[in-house]
Design a binder for this molecule. Structure first.
Ligand code: SAM
Ligand code: F3S
Length: 452
């Protein structure tokens, strides 16, 4: 391909479409900050008015991948009308497909991976200079974080990526292949990013990683520093008043992490701890490395350290070979553990994963019916927990206006529930105490107890 693409002022607008997980949301914020710095570009919500269209893709499930390809087709229509429009594709589909993506969609200008997003400005310059497609989906490890500018902060909450990749190789999951093996950011780099956020008014941070509690800071001398150590340091930072993390793996819930939940009051009383299935047979086939019994023991220890800890999970429905009995065991586990609202996903075979070699035996209709049953149960349990909160006093971080009634405010409880309540604008960005007055299926209503 030899067409020349130019990105010249004054119309420098970038539209970014993000698919999948919070890590991609974090990466997209960084991409925008990067392009503002390198190309003075401003974000636009409107794809049709963009000079640069970026897709930050996800290939964890088939559905997200299909959605991306249909959006990519739409971007091509804009490009046919405006040939100077640049299309860049990043994230896990880019990493998985590489050159095949360019073969399939030759109108794509730049392909970059989750670990090379910091090279996007240079890739765009090279595209402009050479008139050729640019492709860089390598894994240069920690270089990415060193090269990224601080993201723009809007509001009192922020995500902070503390590690990349995953080395667990669950049999169904594409992440270790698309994002590479685990590597952790150094302690001081993470703390410095959070200090900067706190100075800009951030009060709550969510530490991110595909397998976040495997974070480890290797030391030349002395013992390595584990995730519990990092949490302790983050909780000690001035201005930071609440800390969350996601997504954690049950095998990495160590005794020091359990103890941290007991001793760090700033650590939110909520964990997302994906179990995936309530059947030992299926867990073994998934290569999860734990049993239903050991998972329940982990939960019991966490709740002993932190009574009332709220637990959410991911479940895969219809993994190859999942029988009605296996699924019934999952529903039973959900009831026993008293999971709060959780995510359920219909299994989809992912190219290159070991499970994809097994016949996808559970018919789509059966997967759908099981998924509906699972979501009905987790929703009902979440609503029960919400209802039990009516009349209680909750500390919430006010993060903006309520979605529907914009005259009202919105905040989040420690167990991650949205509370809408009447209050003045000046409360945004602060923690306040509210009394819960009513519970709806997905939100709570409250009234202020204390005024600032
Ligand atoms: N680190 C997490 C853990 O400990 O399980 C998982 C991160 S994974 C990117 C997010 C979720 O996607 C998984 O928990 C799983 O439920 C779901 N998922 C991954 N591969 C899938 C597949 N092939 N089909 C359906 N769901 C899948
Ligand atoms: Fe995927 Fe399992 Fe890692 S679900 S992200 S390989 S813990």
């Amino acid at each position: 391909m030899n067409s020349t693409v130019s990105l010249t002022p004054p119309s420098r607008k970038v539209h970014i479409k993000t698919f999948g997980c919070q890590m991609n949301v974090y990466d997209s914020e960084k991409i925008l900050a990067l392009l503002q710095q390198s190309h003075a570009m401003e974000p636009t919500e409107d794809m049709a008015s963009a000079d640069l269209i970026i897709f930050n893709t996800c290939s964890v499930r088939e559905k997200a991948e299909e959605k991306f390809f249909s959006e990519l087709g739409r971007a091509n229509e804009f490009k046919l009308a405006q040939p100077n429009v640049v299309i860049a594709v990043g994230g896990c589909v880019a990493s998985q497909e590489g050159q095949a993506l360019l073969d399939r969609a030759p109108y794509v200008d730049v392909v970059f991976g989750p670990q090379t997003l910091h090279r996007l400005p240079e890739l765009m310059r090279q595209r402009q200079r050479s008139g050729r497609h640019q492709l860089d989906i390598s894994f240069p490890e920690i270089e990415k974080f060193d090269a990224l500018p601080p993201a723009r902060v809007e509001g009192p909450t922020a995500f902070v990526s503390i590690m990349e990749g995953c080395s667990k190789y669950c049999s169904f999951c594409v992440v270790p292949y698309t994002r590479g093996e685990e590597f952790s950011r150094p302690l001081e780099a993470v703390l410095e990013e959070i200090r900067l956020l706190a100075r800009q008014g951030v009060r709550e941070v969510t530490l991110l990683g595909q397998n976040v509690n495997a974070w480890l800071h290797l030391q030349n001398s002395g013992a390595d520093l584990d995730f519990a150590h990092l949490l302790t340091e983050v909780c000690a930072l001035e201005g930071i008043e609440r800390v969350r993390y996601t997504t954690s793996h049950p095998l990495e819930v160590t005794s020091t992490l359990i103890a941290a939940h007991g001793r760090l009051p700033k650590l939110a009383s909520q964990i997302h701890l994906p179990v995936q299935s309530g059947s030992n047979r299926i867990l073994a086939a998934m290569k999860r490395g734990y049993t239903v019994e050991s998972y329940k023991e982990t939960v019991a220890s966490l709740r002993q350290a932190k009574p009332g800890l709220s637990l959410t999970s991911d479940f895969i429905i219809g993994f190859p070979g999942e029988t009605d009995e296996d699924f019934a065991a999952t529903l039973q586990l959900i009831e026993e553990v008293e999971f709060d609202g959780s995510y359920g996903f219909m299994y989809s075979p992912r190219p290159g994963t070991p499970a994809a070699d097994r016949p996808d035996t559970v018919p789509l209709e059966v997967k759908r019916t099981r998924l509906q049953a699972l979501l009905a149960q987790t929703d009902a349990q979440a609503f029960k927990i919400s209802t039990a909160m009516v009349g209680t006093r909750q500390r919430i971080l006010v993060d903006g206006h309520a979605r529907r009634h914009t005259m009202e405010l919105r905040g989040r409880t420690d167990n991650n529930r949205v509370v809408n309540f009447p209050g003045g604008e000046r409360l945004i960005g602060h923690f306040v105490d509210v009394r819960i007055t009513a519970a709806a299926p997905h939100t709570l209503r409250g009234e202020l107890v204390d005024l600032l």
